[in-house]
Design a protein around this ligand. Structure first.
Ligand code: FES
Length: 63
């Protein structure tokens, strides 16, 4: 994959994986930069939203 290209991958029964250098602007206005990849919660149960913390496995998320 070209390093200058971002890619979004939907993990089976898991998070949204965003590949590339990602700038995330949070609802409180803070900005974080993630290098290479970030996993965003898709199940709604993470305690570290917007990031996936693995809780989707505990709740047996299907989607
Ligand atoms: S997708 Fe992993 S905790 Fe929600």
């Amino acid at each position: 994959m070209d390093n200058n290209q971002n890619k979004i991958e939907i993990a089976a029964n898991g998070p949204i994986l965003v590949h590339g250098t990602i700038e995330i602007k949070h609802s409180n206005g803070t900005v974080e930069t993630k290098e290479k990849m970030v996993a965003l919660c898709r199940c709604g149960a993470s305690t570290t939203k917007p990031y996936c913390d693995g809780t989707h496995r505990k709740i047996d998320f299907k989607g």
